[in-house]
Design a protein around this ligand. Structure first.
Ligand code: WTA
Length: 664
């Protein structure tokens, strides 16, 4: 690595710019967004009115009168005066044309279980019956919160849409999360009802899920929140597959109760555009998780618009977003966005490599999937375990997405050549739980692709990069700083549930200079990611700003080091963490797996803790908490073997390690 002079505030960038790839004429010909005038329509001078184009993808009960109200900045209000229902927009209005088209195709993990197609008509029936049950049996009404702790089964979107039908705010907790993590979210959202499942398949095993409900209720009660009813869906309707006993008077089997609501129709409640649709908790890794509160009108318009132009979804497509509905990608791009467009959305229950690394491509072949969407962690895993699997299957993607982390150019190229068979266009979409939908991405029919780069701001989005002092880093300079979005957009969250001060402090205070300003221009959104803009206008995301390592005064983005490690064939994934080092000893450890969040992000904070013989911190939100003990044992024994006996860290050193990877 060559010597680069950087100030303390800057992150050194060594990753060289890559070659370009171009969309095919065939793709461009059929794309939803292939009229060059679209850029002009969404130009800054047309903000915020440009977003009428997204709002007009929806059916409004009452049309809105004000596009953007900034009178309580930075608490933005979109499409004010408008009323609509999200469930109506995702289901009812498609019946006339698409009644017998599949809304969802659900693939169970065991290959000997039947794939299920759920038509729009069938979805309509199930959503109505569930809405009737929630209203009449549970007494839920508009504005109430209900916590869902459901895995990837059709009952999950059915339950979400049933809530939306009533204006009940759903808060889905990723199925892989622990009961304790679920309990914290029940308490924070003050839910009186928990909707969960008895069991589900994961890596060939039928896991007991109901057991987590017991832990969740206990954890919630400790925080003062009592749950009245636990509704349990059965993974195999008619059979209870959990070893955890049912509690009389508290636990109920949903699919049994539904018998009393057969054929019931529930009028969708007409909701103000500004009414919250759902909460999605995102972990502050050490602090209390934040409930990002998303709106009905702005959110739905934004995910419909971006699904249309960036996912290029047409009603004829078979679209598979291989993510979990338990994180924001699934809410926006498995359920709400695709269904608003009358898409056929594929849901898969299990892990990518069960029973082998050819599974995703088998599913794609069998269902005729032509749009594929997943995260770098899945791509890395499939590349490692089955680099030649894609070519064994006869599927053709026109479009692929990557989301959730920076993707190493090496991995991007495998995705493009092997998975996409040199035919599919790729969009690298950068965004966050808080944002509702994409912030940066190439527009698939227009923009050339650059491996490892997210591309320009999406339509109507004006990003910029600030240094620590709030000075704008020159555009296209390739110098890194804190990426911000200068303007609000319809999909953005409204607040942190129950904590508006934290909302302002975390996302807006840093670069706001006029506290009382009602002008959106005074409120840049601080994303907390390091980034640079290359001279072609594309943004490269370097990772969380607290994931930066200081080596001899040089601030290095973790992704750069990790990307270098990935050029070694035997390495599937890499995580760079700072180690307080007296002896300049061994710093590389080969381990079987990494501690990861639900969305597949490596929790570097945990590894940093272990590597420094200190506490890994809170691990309740890991998808695989069991790996912590294994890595701890491995790393500590390796360290001791090489003579690096642990010493007491100084106060300052401890602070440094604790602060690493503390994504606020
Ligand atoms: C990171 C996921 C690089 C980023 C939708 C962000 C990305 C955090 C990308 C949010 C991408 C997401 N390239 N980094 N395409 N997408 N990130 O809330 O650090 O789970 O701040 O939302 O993931 O993660 P979250």
């Amino acid at each position: 690595m060559s010597e680069v002079q950087v100030s303390e505030a800057e992150i050194a960038v060594h990753w060289k710019e890559e070659e370009y790839f171009y969309p095919s004429a065939k793709f461009i010909g059929q794309a939803n967004a292939n009229d060059p005038a679209i850029r002009e329509r969404f130009a800054e001078k047309n903000f915020p009115e440009c977003y009428k184009e997204y709002a007009d993808l929806l059916t409004w009960d009452t049309y809105w009168h004000t596009t953007l109200d900034t009178s309580k900045a930075p608490f933005w209000k979109w499409f004010v005066g408008g009323k609509l229902n999200a469930s109506f927009n995702c289901v009812d209005r498609h019946l006339a044309k698409y009644r017998n088209k599949a809304a969802f195709i659900w693939v169970p993990e065991p290959e000997d279980q039947m794939t299920q197609a759920i038509t729009y008509q069938e979805l309509y029936r199930r959503v109505n019956e569930m809405a009737a049950l929630l209203r009449d049996y549970c007494g839920l009404k508009t504005g109430d919160r209900v916590t869902l702790h459901l895995p990837m089964v059709p009952d999950l979107p059915v339950t979400m849409l049933a809530c939306a039908r009533l204006g009940v705010i759903h808060s889905e907790v990723f199925g892989g999360f622990s009961g304790a993590a679920c309990g914290g979210r029940i308490a924070d959202s003050q839910s009186k009802i928990l909707i969960t499942m008895d069991a589900y398949y994961r890596n060939g095993e039928l896991l007991d899920h109901k057991v987590k409900a017991e832990e969740a209720l206990a954890a919630a009660e400790k925080e003062g929140q009592k749950v009245d009813k636990v509704l349990i869906w059965q993974r195999h309707h008619g059979t209870y597959s959990s070893k955890t006993p049912m509690v009389k008077g508290r636990d109920f089997i949903v699919n049994e109760l539904l018998a009393d609501y057969k054929g019931k129709v529930v009028e969708p409640v007409s909701m103000p555009a500004e009414a919250p649709l759902f909460l999605m908790y995102t972990s502050g890794t050490t602090a209390k998780p934040k409930g990002a509160q998303h709106s009905t009108g702005g959110y739905l318009a934004y995910v419909a618009g971006t699904s249309k132009y960036y996912q290029d979804i047409h009603p004829e497509d078979t679209y598979w977003c291989f993510a979990d509905i338990g994180w924001i990608t699934g809410h926006s791009y498995i359920v709400y966005g695709p269904l608003a467009l009358a898409a056929t959305s594929v849901m898969y229950e299990g892990v990518p490599t069960y029973p082998d690394a050819g599974r995703p491509w088998r599913i794609a072949e069998q269902l005729g999937v032509n749009i594929f969407h997943t995260a770098p962690t899945t791509i890395r895993m499939l590349r490692k375990l089955g680099p030649d699997e894609p070519k064994k299957y006869n599927y053709h993607f026109k479009h692929m997405t990557t989301v959730g982390e920076p993707i190493e150019p090496e991995v991007w190229r495998w995705y493009y050549h092997s998975v996409g068979k040199d035919e599919a266009v790729i969009v690298d979409t950068w965004w966050q739980t808080e944002n509702g939908g994409f912030l940066c991405s190439t527009l698939p029919a227009f923009d050339k692709m650059k491996p490892g780069s997210a591309g320009p701001g999406v339509l109507g989005m004006y990003p910029t990069i600030f240094d620590e002092q709030g000075k704008e880093i020159p555009k296209g300079s390739g110098k890194a700083g804190n990426i911000c979005i200068r303007n609000p957009w319809p999909g953005t969250f409204q607040t942190i549930w129950g904590d508006p001060d934290r909302y302002v402090a975390t996302y807006y205070a840093k670069y706001n200079k006029k506290k009382d300003s009602k002008d959106w221009r005074d409120w840049p959104y601080f994303a907390g990611d390091g980034a640079l803009q290359a001279d072609d206008g594309y943004y490269r995301i370097l990772g969380r700003v607290d994931d930066v390592i200081n080596v001899a005064g040089h601030r290095l983005g973790t992704k750069e080091l990790e990307s270098a490690a990935l050029t070694v064939d035997e390495i599937a994934e890499a995580a760079a963490v700072p180690v307080i080092d007296d002896l300049r000893g061994q710093n590389v450890w080969i381990v079987a797996d990494m501690p990861k969040t639900r969305s597949g992000k490596i929790m570097r904070r945990v590894i940093a803790g272990i590597s420094n013989f200190t506490s890994p911190g809170d691990i309740t939100t890991l998808a695989n908490p069991e790996i912590v003990a294994t890595i701890k044992h491995h790393v500590e024994s390796e360290k001791v073997k090489s003579g690096q006996t642990p010493r007491q860290l100084t106060e300052k050193e401890l602070e440094e390690i604790k602060a690493f990877g503390r994504a606020e």
